[in-house]
Design a protein around this ligand. Structure first.
Ligand SMILES: [Zn+2]
Length: 84
């Protein structure tokens, strides 16, 4: 799954949404403003195409550190990991 190295010219590649970050994105963060909730889960293809409103793709380190605004709740959804 993980791809290291340069992906120059790969505009369509799944890269992190953070400015300046060129790492491979393998997490989708969905923002629910009404509920003040961030949901961090596996990458969804639709999110990087703008098909899911309020969602974006992040690399794993950025997703792990993603905290959101103060007071927001964060749900990390990781199938394959039994740590809930
Ligand atoms: Zn990143």
């Amino acid at each position: 799954m993980r791809r290291d190295g340069d992906t120059l010219g790969a505009m369509d590649d799944r890269t992190c949404s953070r400015p300046g970050c060129r790492r491979y994105a393998d997490r989708t963060v969905t923002v629910d403003y009404a509920a003040q909730l961030l949901v961090v889960g596996p990458l969804q293809q639709a999110s990087r195409q703008g098909a899911i409103e309020g969602s974006y793709a992040l690399c794993e380190p950025h997703a792990d550190r993603h905290a959101g605004p103060t007071g927001w709740q964060i749900v990390r959804y990781e199938p394959g990991h039994a740590s809930l």
